[in-house]
Design a protein around this ligand. Structure first.
Ligand SMILES: Nc1ncnc2c1ncn2[C@@H]1O[C@H](COP(=O)(O)OP(=O)(O)OP(=O)(O)O)[C@@H](O)[C@H]1O
Length: 227
């Protein structure tokens, strides 16, 4: 299973994005500055946007989903219970998993932004995806919820997971790092080798590298354990 991007080029007015590379099975972290083109790349990966040149080939991908930054975009039902059921998931199990067991009869739009994000993510992780694309999954979550999300990601059984994020404090263990900059998205390689090439690395990782330590992965815990 893989998503292969062959010499793709996309432009809209002054904005351009080019990319060649392969998203193999595993967890991919994609970072880049505001407006660099992360959401555009996410849309190209799913086929919601078509490149002007080149091709995006999804091989062996049967099920895929794209989680938008704004959880409101995903709401289709009038109650939390029905919303969870719409994903084919067990409402009580999922509501319990995201701490909303006492809100199952509420309108999803009466939840706070963070609660709605938690609900949406818990629905996604209630099933396995071949290709799971998450645009800013950490936004609106507090530190405790971010750690829960990291655990769901690390324990999840998605084939290819692609995380687009600005998050720089609570990060999951990942397999590959990508960077979007100067109109190009590129894979920096597998972790841990890619960490030293990661310009957008969070300060705690940069500091560890400056001190000569070699973390096995990108989490704060990896830095603490690194020699
Ligand atoms: N529908 C659109 N119409 C016109 N310009 C757009 C549209 N969507 C995005 N853009 C522009 O394309 C560029 C890339 O946007 P994109 O949303 O991919 O960036 P991003 O890296 O995801 O940003 P952020 O970090 O803020 O989420 C930006 O300059 C943005 O303003």
């Amino acid at each position: 299973m893989q998503v292969a991007l062959e010499e793709i080029a996309f432009s809209r007015r002054a904005f351009t994005l080019a990319c060649s590379g392969v998203f193999e099975e595993g967890i991919h972290l994609v970072t880049g500055r505001v407006g660099s083109g992360k959401t555009t790349l996410a849309l190209l990966l799913t086929g919601l946007l078509q490149p002007d040149a080149g091709s995006v080939r999804r091989e062996g991908v049967g099920t895929m989903t794209l989680s938008f930054q704004n959880p409101e975009y995903h709401v289709t039902e009038a109650t939390v219970r029905a919303e969870i059921a719409s994903y084919g998931a067990d409402p009580d199990a999922v509501a319990g998993r995201c701490g909303l067991a006492d809100r199952v009869d509420d309108d999803p739009f009466h939840l706070s932004r963070g609660e709605l994000k938690r609900l949406h993510l818990a629905c996604l992780f209630a099933r396995a995806w071949d290709l799971l694309i998450l645009d800013e999954p950490f936004s609106s979550l507090d530190c405790v919820q971010k750690r829960h999300l990291c655990r769901w990601l690390e324990e999840g059984d998605a084939g290819i997971t692609v995380i687009f994020t600005h998050e720089r404090q609570v990060l999951p263990r990942v397999d590959y790092i990508w960077e979007v900059a100067d109109g190009r998205a590129a894979c920096l390689g597998p972790v841990p080798g890619a960490i030293g090439r990661w310009r957008y690395a969070p300060p705690y990782l940069k500091r560890a590298l400056e001190e000569g330590r070699r973390p096995a992965n990108i989490r704060f815990e990896d830095v603490r354990e690194a020699r």
